[in-house]
Design a protein around this ligand. Structure first.
Ligand code: SAH
Length: 501
């Protein structure tokens, strides 16, 4: 079975539910250059992923080669997803692929996607079918504007089309397009908009009258993929350019956590319109194979309180006990407290409702709150957390005369990111924010990226809270912001309000 699936126009979450479901279940994915690579994170670990870009040069594929691979994989009994940018059939050579599958006796399904024209317009406040000025829209391929294929385009009709023209693949032929439209009678002052990288954090819009659009685009260095929108609609509606006015739009923000943490933070940055860069500083290493942990497992029922201080800790704990066939029932007789609601939410995913979740962000505050909530004198309290966590929580609880046992579930060890590339980007002023969500991230970062590079640049530095800021002291006065709420969301909120000014 083969599925011709639209990946949507750019941003990963603009795919359809059906498309996402099929990516998750595919044996084999045959992927276009324009499909967002983040979509492939949904694929099964063992899925075969074939990239088939159709650009010119080495590593590129002809349509014939792609057709052959598609049919071959499907005939081999695989569940094949052919993932194409935007909608699979809008300038997507879908007819050929579907016809070949049909001839080969392979069952197929076509899953529509949001085509670039619609998304580019809606992400820039352009209304393609506003009834006041555009009761029709034409999608045109700009590629045919050059050379012999040109006969498919009737410039006379297009020049007098009473609505909006949207040219796909037209960047290379923009001079011909504007020239021909004017030569056939379209007014030189017709509004034109070019939208590049639509829906992505790198989205760019250039507007100019038809007679000046070539020159303007040259100056602004617009590259593919881009759409050319011609007609009154291209002017855009004042106040409707909702995407590009998001506070983080156009801002490049570096996440410096472990790979999974970075991926999560990157998603949040994209939702706020920003451009994430994931720089890995560390890898979390479970310590649950130590004797200490195994022994604690047999003694859990003897504790009065168990405290988790991070979602990572919760995941690592449950993964470890899962290996012994155990589950949430190990906590049947104990009470649980968490540092912050995020940790409590993670516990809830394993079926546990925490007994005490104060809205605090430091171990010290958690300890103080817990002491005022429950009398811990001579009570047995177990901390399950990172080896690198600060001692403050232990000290506070001991002052309350609790019997505290501090067990490490995991530690963070340095992992190298792509430091040279990042240093270059910082030096070129292409990075706007460096974010630090833990002291170990700061250490891991500056073991790789030179302090002097950051010092000499205009990059801004954001810290999640005081404990992390302390680690940033070698940076001198370079901390631009410390989040009031010490969570990743709090950190991004703070950056947003700094950008709003
Ligand atoms: N099937 C796709 C179009 C494939 S043709 C769809 O339905 O969108 C490729 C052309 O689509 C590019 O040359 C460009 O004109 C346009 N395009 C695709 N993604 C785009 C994006 N994110 N921003 C602007 N134009 C895009």
């Amino acid at each position: 079975m083969a599925y011709l699936v639209g990946a949507g126009p750019g941003r990963a979450d603009l795919i359809t539910l059906r498309g996402a479901e099929l990516i998750k279940s595919a044996d084999c994915l045959i992927v276009d250059k324009l499909a967002n690579p983040a979509l492939l994170e949904m694929a099964r670990q063992d899925a075969e992923i074939l990239h088939v870009p159709k650009r010119i040069g080495p590593g590129s594929y002809t349509q014939d080669q792609i057709n052959r691979i598609l049919v071959e994989k499907a005939l081999a009994g695989k569940r094949v997803v052919r993932l194409k940018g935007g909608d699979p059939c809008i300038f997507g050579r879908c007819t050929e692929e579907a016809a070949l599958l049909n001839e080969a006796g392979v069952d197929f399904e076509i899953v529509p996607g949001i085509t670039a024209a619609i998304a580019a317009a809606e992400y820039t406040g352009i209304m393609l079918t506003d009834r006041r000025y555009s009761s029709q829209v034409a999608f045109i391929t700009g590629r045919e504007a050059e050379g012999k294929e040109d006969r498919n385009i009737d410039w006379g009709v297009l020049a007098h089309f009473p609505g909006t023209l949207v040219f796909y693949m037209g960047i290379g032929t923009l001079p011909t397009i504007s020239e021909q439209l004017m030569a056939h009678g379209r007014s030189a002052d017709t509004p034109v908009a070019l939208v590049a990288n639509a829906t992505l954090p790198t989205q760019k819009v250039v507007r100019a009258p038809l007679s000046q659009i070539v020159e303007t685009c040259g100056r602004e260095q617009i590259g593919p993929p881009a759409l050319i929108i011609v007609g009154p609609a291209a002017q855009g509606e004042a106040g409707l350019n909702w995407f590009m006015r998001k506070p983080l739009f156009g801002r490049t923000v570096v996440a410096t956590r472990d790979a999974a943490g970075n991926a999560e933070m990157a998603r949040k940055i994209v939702l706020r319109g920003g451009n994430p860069v994931e720089f890995t500083t560390m890898v979390l290493q479970p310590l649950t194979n130590r004797n200490e942990f195994l022994q604690i497992l047999t003694e859990l029922a003897g504790y009065d309180w168990v405290i988790f201080t991070s979602p990572n800790g919760v995941d690592i704990f449950f993964e470890a006990i899962g290996a012994f066939g155990k589950d949430a029932r190990v906590f049947a007789s104990v009470r649980l407290a968490t540092l912050g609601t995020k940790t409590a939410e993670r516990l809830a995913q394993y079926g546990i409702k925490a007994d005490f979740v104060p809205t605090v962000f430091t171990g010290r505050d958690l300890g103080l709150q817990l002491l005022s909530y429950a009398n811990l004198k001579d009570k047995k309290v177990l901390l399950l957390r990172s080896e690198l966590a600060s001692d403050e929580l232990v000290e506070v609880l001991r002052q309350g005369e609790a019997q505290v046992r501090d067990v490490s579930l995991y530690t963070a060890v340095l992992q190298e990111g792509k430091a040279t590339a990042l240093e270059e980007q910082i030096q070129q002023g292409r990075i706007h924010w460096l974010t630090f969500a833990s002291p170990s991230a700061v250490r891991g970062f500056f073991q790789q990226v030179r302090l002097s590079v950051v010092h000499a640049s205009t990059v801004k530095v954001a810290s999640i809270g005081p404990v992390t800021s302390r680690e940033l002291i070698p940076l001198g006065g370079r901390i631009d912001l410390e989040a009031a709420e010490h969570t990743v969301d709090g950190l991004l909120d703070a950056i947003e309000s700094a950008e709003r000014g």
